[in-house]
Design a protein around this ligand. Structure first.
Ligand SMILES: NC(=O)c1ccc[n+]([C@@H]2O[C@H](COP(=O)([O-])OP(=O)(O)OC[C@H]3O[C@@H](n4cnc5c(N)ncnc54)[C@H](OP(=O)(O)O)[C@@H]3O)[C@@H](O)[C@H]2O)c1
Length: 252
């Protein structure tokens, strides 16, 4: 168990499934206190049974009052906030000419505006934490770095490219408060969001594997170390960066 997560309180949005649930398990296993934020209460309850230190908070991150309740509650219960992982997200796959602006706006609301607003609320607390600061990790995507013709999704790509720019800007503004802001850009992992690709990352569709130098999708848990590194003191001099965990897809 890496000692550096001991007792650290980290909010994970979208913790009820997929990558968020897995990251919560990793933080719990490393001795941290994962705050599980998502809308589906029964999912959060089940995960809380699995992770002894977990603190579930049913909330919709696109709702301003819910965001404030999430951050205020963490400070009330734990007296500290060390990390925030902006992971909740979704897409709206369709050609641009068949994407309604309302649909586009909803994706931006969840994938970009909610992370911005939550980061600001978290930063207010982190900068007042007796100089301790904090670490924010934004879950971007390889699709924020390159397009993939077979998966047209203008809203998703714009939101993920946007969160990479936001990461850089917030890192630049908040370094003075000892708040580090970084992004992870995953390639393709099996989850509810990617259900159409199948469950076995070794057998993902050819159009993806042929664009991936390592020739496979991401395996369960392969994002954990990258995120724990960016949360912990080992990355104390790292801010404003994007760490691709994609089998080389962004580079190819
Ligand atoms: N899987 C991949 O291959 C991949 C690749 C690159 C990037 N990503 C990114 O990784 C993140 C997680 O994706 P995933 O693959 O794990 O997808 P997923 O299994 O569909 O998980 C999405 C999570 O977001 C939560 N969520 C959605 N709307 C929410 C809202 N309004 N308020 C609070 N929580 C909300 C969902 O929980 P509730 O429904 O319970 O609220 C769910 O826990 C996303 O940002 C995605 O873009 C994934």
């Amino acid at each position: 168990m890496p000692a550096e997560m001991d007792g650290r309180v980290v909010i994970i949005t979208g913790a009820s499934s997929g990558l968020g649930a897995q990251l919560a398990r990793a933080i719990g296993a490393a001795g941290g206190i994962p705050v599980l934020a998502a809308r589906r209460a029964e999912r959060l309850d089940a995960l809380t049974q699995e992770i002894p230190n977990a603190d579930p908070v049913v909330c919709d991150v696109t709702d301003e009052a819910d965001r404030e309740r999430l951050i205020d509650g963490v400070i009330e219960r734990h007296g500290r906030l060390d990390g925030l992982i902006n992971n909740a997200g979704s897409g709206a796959t369709a050609p641009a000419l068949r994407t309604l602006t309302g649909t586009f706006a909803n994706v931006l609301d969840l994938n970009l505006i909610a992370p911005f607003a939550l980061s600001c609320l978290a930063a207010e607390r982190m900068r007042n934490a007796n100089g301790a600061g904090g670490s924010i990790v934004n879950i971007a995507s390889v699709m924020g770095l390159r397009s993939i013709g077979e998966i047209p999704d203008a809203a998703y790509v714009a939101s993920k490219a946007g969160i990479i720019g936001l990461t850089r800007e917030l890192a630049s503004q908040w370094g003075r408060y000892k708040i580090r802001v970084n992004a992870v850009a995953p390639g393709f992992f099996a989850s509810e969001m990617t259900a159409e690709l199948g469950e076995d990352p070794e057998q993902f569709p050819k159009f993806l594997l042929s664009r991936t130098p390592l020739g496979r999708g991401g395996r369960t848990g392969e994002l954990d170390d990258a995120v724990l590194f960016l949360l912990g003191p080992g990355s104390g001099f790292v801010t404003g960066t994007v760490l691709s965990v994609d089998g080389g897809m962004a580079a190819a």
